[in-house]
Design a binder for this molecule. Sequence first.
Ligand SMILES: [Fe+2]
Length: 315
Amino acid sequence: MSLVTLPADADFAEIREVIDRDGGIIISNFASEELMDQMNDAIDPYFDAVVASGVMDEYVRDGVNFFPKNNVHVYGTFGKAPEVASKLLETPVHKQIMDHYLNDEYKFVVGEDIHSHNSGWGLLLTNAMRVSPGSIPQQLHRDQVVHCVPQTPFSGYATQMGCLIAGSDSTEANGATRVVPGSHKWEWDRRPKPEESVPAAMKKGSALFWLGQTVHGSGQNHMEPGSPNSVRKLYGMFGVRDYLRQEENLFLASPWETVKDCSTYALTKLGYVKTASGVGMVDLGHPLRWFKPLAHYRQQAGYDDSDIPENVVNK
Ligand SMILES: [Fe+2]
């Protein structure tokens, strides 16, 4: 079995049918090779900087290093290449898929009346991945565990939609993302077997979309270092339900200049926090450590944030 590939201008009913059935799809011709070259040029310098920083060395989730060696992630890519990222974000099929899967009608009672409103979506994260020879397979997993929604019985509810756009050809040999078709309908505790997964092989400029509850993981890069197309690059443009956040925008309503002398406890409750599941991270780290102006000020002012884990979740 393999994942279905449809062109970006396919009838949306067809795209929906595939995602509903398999939990994911590859969209060919999502972006031009030229646009992906621009993205590669803009982000390439950051990969080596991330390796040098050591930020990924100890990124442990549930007791295992979640990002295997030679699988380097850069975060905040939208802000690092806003013009190119905007074009990727505004690709019509991206909007169609996000609008459909991250949008539902919610009914509720106010007084005597039944009202309803519809959710929308926003960006969950924007990142870049560089998977080099020697990279071992990532543990198969579901992304939407970060929001800890009830998982059983299966509800069909996706909190998020993954989207990875290929900056180079993705092949089974260079570690294409592996997806388990149909796993979005599994009970939460069914363990995936590696042989149940299939490689999301795709050309540069194609995009892989998958529901937040679909099991997947980065594949193994078997290629020789330095051989043609041995390094795989991908750019994430993930979507999330727009209400999975604090109701008040506390970063704007209580900007850090006005709260910088508050306790570590207060700052974490205001949102300067990375949860145990990883939500709220900056460059994978805790914002009190990695939001540089804040960290620098608090260090200079003698505040002790040493109880904040540096770059490890579930420590
Ligand atoms: Fe994932």
